[in-house]
Design a protein around this ligand. Structure first.
Ligand code: NCD
Length: 307
């Protein structure tokens, strides 16, 4: 199996074996990484992060991953100071970036399908770091890696996915990712107007799933709860967002009333759907999850670069 030069546009682009291999590699590098000392001497490899939409974790974890791997990492900078501001098209921007010959381009932007378009334009290996409401495959890798670290396995888990299932790209990629594993049950928990889309459900071939409106209805059945924020920036009508704001919330009080508290994951950022008092609970895993993201991205970058 070789991941060298492979574009990662969708969670579909990796097989179960490849995901398991990357998890194993992430564990290896986590154990040997000394942080101040790069893992490899690979200054001849260059990656560039091109984030045309806001990001903290994904951009930084890729940049740190590259730094600790020993490659060169550049950043496109903020869209406000780029020629996009002057009206340059997406196609021209990507052609330009690729022309400087980076080995890998890590791209986030707001149009579903544009990661695939960029991969066709660019010679560089393209990693999709979020294309609108469509996909975010490296977040899904982070999520399954986190589940693996908690449970020591992914097969057989019962997982609640809660929140904005309509616009959340992490929900789609995680669903596709979990579909590679055996005996998984998903509980999609959301207000009726934020239900998971058909294009997501159509990707699910093996996994058994159910819908619920309240987390209390599924809490006893799940091992982990994956909470997501309402994707405010995707609402065409701001009053729709205002109506839904606060329509679901996970709090410490609510969790303490349950017979069994599930492990809590969240791709972050959180807004008001997951209160900070939950952080005290041993089941709160979201900050570890963010850190795990760096290790799985070390594994991914190393392999797509063929280091
Ligand atoms: C997610 C994203 O960008 O889709 N963030 C992330 O990468 N960790 C989730 C979100 O923004 O809600």
């Amino acid at each position: 199996m070789s991941l060298k030069g492979r574009d990662i546009i969708s969670a579909k682009d990796l097989s179960r074996e490849e995901v398991e291999f990357l998890i194993k590699e992430a564990e290896t590098y986590r154990n040997i990484l000394k942080f101040r000392k790069p893992l490899f001497k690979a200054e001849d490899k260059t990656a560039i992060t091109v984030f045309l939409e806001p990001s903290t974790r994904t951009r930084l974890s890729f940049q740190f991953a590259g730094t600790y791997l020993g490659i060169k990492v550049l950043d496109f900078g903020a869209t406000e100071i780029s020629s996009i501001q002057k009206g340059e098209t997406f196609e021209d921007t990507m052609t330009m970036v690729d022309g400087y010959e980076p080995d890998v381009i890590i791209l986030r932007q707001s149009v579903a399908g544009n990661a695939e378009k960029a991969a066709k334009i660019c010679k560089a290996t393209l990693i999709n770091a979020g294309d609108g409401i469509n996909e975010h495959p490296t977040q899904a890798l982070t999520d399954v890696y986190t589940l693996y670290r908690i449970f020591g396995r992914i097969d057989g888990l019962r997982i609640g996915i809660m929140g904005d299932l309509k616009y959340g790209r992490t929900v789609k990629s995680l669903s596709i990712m979990l579909d590679k594993f055996k005996d998984i049950k998903l509980y999609y928990v959301s207000p009726p107007s934020l239900k998971v889309r058909d294009d997501v459900l159509n990707e699910i071939k093996n996994v058994d799933y159910e819908f619920a409106e309240k987390v209390e209805d599924v809490a006893d059945k799940i091992d982990a709860l994956y909470v997501t924020r309402i994707q405010k920036e995707r609402f065409a009508d701001p009053s729709e967002y205002e109506k839904l704001k606060g329509s679901y919330k996970v709090t410490k009080d609510m969790l303490m009333k349950l017979k069994k508290i599930p492990y809590i994951l969240h791709p972050l950022p959180r807004v008001d759907e997951l209160t900070p008092d939950v952080d005290e609970l041993p089941q709160a895993k979201y900050f570890e999850q963010a850190k795990n993201g760096m290790f799985i991205r070390i594994a991914l970058l190393k392999n797509v670069l063929g280091i």
